[in-house]
Design a protein around this ligand. Structure first.
Ligand code: IMP
Ligand code: MG
Length: 179
């Protein structure tokens, strides 16, 4: 794979399609074991996780549902602080085994604010699965049950992840070039 350009920036090959496929198969295997007979509801966070969710879900062999939500952040009261809600969440989570799918956990702010909102709907269990995380960038405590890859604190694109809206269609993951 060669260096690529997305808008004004250059990116170098980082995680190949083959590596993604291999790791996603391992994650799916673990989920198939862990959630057997639980009829889990997968909750994929748009936009970034659409490709990861599609590939992972094809490898889920137990009875399962999937739904897609967008997260919106707004300023709550001074006691609640920032509130993140799910737009398009058309399922009742009460008593369900939820598998949250995220493309990347960076500072952890988004999920730190959203998970309490999910928990308040009393799911039977919550499994947080993220394809990528940047341990050096983490600033908020966040539940992470399964991680695809721990990566350096550098910007990445491809496989659903964007730079200013572009680059989501690149089949592998590319990292910002040093120059
Ligand atoms: P957090 O709230 O800081 O954890 O940010 C999470 C969100 O930021 C992710 O869902 C992505 O949409 C975006 N993000 C963080 N790092 C990257 C990156 O390297 N490339 C593309 N998007 C990123
Ligand atoms: Mg995202």
């Amino acid at each position: 794979m060669e260096k690529i350009q997305v808008l004004d920036k250059h990116f170098v090959p980082f995680i190949t399609q083959e590596q993604l496929e291999q790791r996603i198969s391992e994650l799916a295997f673990q989920l198939n074991e862990r959630l057997k007979d639980k009829k889990p509801l997968f909750l994929a966070i748009l936009n970034g996780s659409f490709m990861f969710a599609a590939d992972l879900f094809k490898k889920i062999e137990i009875d399962a549902e999937i739904t897609f939500v967008k997260l919106a952040s707004y300023q709550g009261t001074s006691s609640t602080g920032n509130v993140v809600t799910a737009i398009g969440l058309d399922k009742n989570l009460n008593g369900r085994h939820i598998v949250l799918l995220e493309d990347i956990i960076d500072s952890g702010k988004t999920l730190h604010e959203f998970l309490p909102h999910l928990q308040s709907q009393n799911p039977a269990s919550l499994t947080v699965v993220t394809l990528l995380t940047k341990p050096e960038a983490l600033r908020y405590p966040v539940q992470m049950d399964m991680i695809g890859f721990e990566i350096d604190n550098k910007f990445v694109v491809g496989y659903g992840l964007d730079y200013d809206g572009f680059g989501r269609n690149i089949p592998g993951i590319f990292q910002l070039a040093d120059e």
